[in-house]
Design a protein around this ligand. Sequence first.
Ligand code: ADP
Length: 693
Amino acid sequence: MFDTVLVANRGEIALRVIRTLRRLGVRSVAVHSDADAGAPHVRAADAAVRLPSGYLAVEEVLAAAKLTGAQAVHPGYGFLAESTAFARRCAEEGVVFVGPPAEAVEAMGDKIRAKATVAAAGVPVVPGGAEPGDLLEAALRIGFPVLVKPSAGGGGKGMLVVRSAGELPRAIESARRTAAAAFGDATLLVERYIAGPRHIEIQVLADAHGNVIHLGERECSLQRRHQKIVEEAPSPLLDEETRRRMGEDAVRAARSVGYVGAGTVEFIVAGDEPGHPAYFIEMNTRLQVEHPVTELVTGLDLVELQLRVAAGEPLPLAQDEVALRGHAVEARVYAEDPARDFLPTGGRVLTLAEPGDQPHVRVDSGLGAGMAVGSDYDPMLSKIIAWAPDREQALRRLDSALGATTVLGVTTNIAFLRALLADPDVAAGRLSTGLIDQRLDSLLAAARGPGGAVPAEVWAAAALVLHDRLAGRAGDDPWEVPDGWRVGEPAWTTWLPATRGERAVVKVRGLPARGCEVAVGDAPAMPARLAWDGDDVQVTVDGLTYRYACAFDGGAVWLGRDGRSWSIIPHEAGERGARAGAGGAGDGVVRSPMPGTVLLVKVVPGEQVTEGQPLLIVEAMKMEHTVTAPADGVVAELAVRAGQPVDMDAVLAVVRSEPMDIPTPADTSAPVDIPVPADAPVPADTPAGEGGS
Ligand code: ADP
């Protein structure tokens, strides 16, 4: 075994590799970009080296290995994991690349060659045809619908479903353009479009002595944007016989390219066809994000096995020694907003709680409190994996672990993941790669809350927290405490909290910390009380108590409970924010829907635009988002240039149309006399600086 290994990655996977190195007594070396100087993986390693040019800098990584005496480099996934140039440079420098031989990566790197190679070894591939052959002729032979794919593809880019011969020429033209731009290779193939497709993949392991085994399958059919978000082992679809057959196919595929190390052979399985035939689609020549589910059902450490194989050791177990036990499910926590087409979000982590000590729950996380989540890297924040003797219990454990996860300050997909796990088809194991798309509206509604809306008790909690904060700032001066006391009847304070297009009217009378009354919307007033416990707040309304994680971010208050989080702003700011949100009309302020870079500006100041007309394109993580005019008007202001980095919600442009109409608050209850500190949230009916009655 090596005594020092460099981990050429960041985030959760770097931490995960370092954990195994530590357990094996191997010295670990981290590398980091300038932005990651204080990142958790840097703190976890025995030594760390700065990469001035970032994680893709081959020569800088090699220099770091030399500097620290590392004999091997573990690339994790992404970055240099599938770079044959890097693997070759490692070999030249006498550093072991913990991964397969460059030739195997190359053979599997292009879909046409990979399919031809494994088909020759007797592995079933999706019927189709490839260039330089005639794609139309192939499509007619296999029958429509067909899928057009770039041979050099990845991430689902450039793939198009074509339903008839007439549509094919245009689809080919479009896929070719995408392929040339994204991969620098315009070669295409067509495949039969498999109906009710399920993504099932087999983990393989090979050593340098000719031994190849498989560790069973993972089902990864729950995908959005052609990318996995929930994975499990075993697949609820496969029986023993199919598992054995697919395992043997995967081993044959690995052997056909002289594979060494850990790899994954991906199959598309026709979920709707009798016998569920499984066809090879591609091989991933690295450790996969979802490898933990295999580790939990096999009891093996795949990183340890990768290191042993790279050090020249034979596999420590034979195929008949692989035993699968129980069921494991992984959910990927992303900084993304499912309601905004799963676009990446960002922000600073204000509060973080991860399910630390739940039995049979594993958390592979790269998160840290205070960390800035930006657009430089993949928006995956962590993975939560649960194991149980059976699938139903594993799903329940995973759901409960997600419910115990709190991330305030950054919008995540946690509530969406919980909604997904609760879907009846997901619970029953009836999966397909199209499930999330087909069910999107109901999943989004369920993620918002019961009834598809922010629960009333959350509105109440937000108003009580804001009110209490104001009371705290007022100090001990009895005349400044917003308890509603006045000569005559005690008065109500009206709060108008808002979050992402939804808002409420909440009235509070009295002091929340001492017991008060709260009324949400038209509902009758209820007795309420609030108690702080560190940064958590316990809110009781009408005898029912909930505990929230709470954080303040400028004028907004973040509340978190059950894996959900709400960023709530009082009316003034809320109104502006809501109206300026993605595509929202109103004051004509156009904001960036995600942190990223302005790719293209399509208009000039003074230009007349119509509603829906593209104004700019913002790009993050290779995802392009077109920002459109919220209404007819004139581009009054253009705040950015092409190439400029922008934060989420940064002002991009202002489109001026009609004179602004300012909505008047619905409620007219008497305002109370509260002094408002300059940076405090402003209750709706108390204009800052003007005083009240
Ligand atoms: P990429 O390399 O771009 O990720 P893949 O070939 O791995 O492309 O396919 C990505 C996803 O597209 C698969 O997980 C599956 O959901 C779907 N897919 C691929 N091939 C087919 C097919 N022939 N029929 C139906 N769906 C397919």
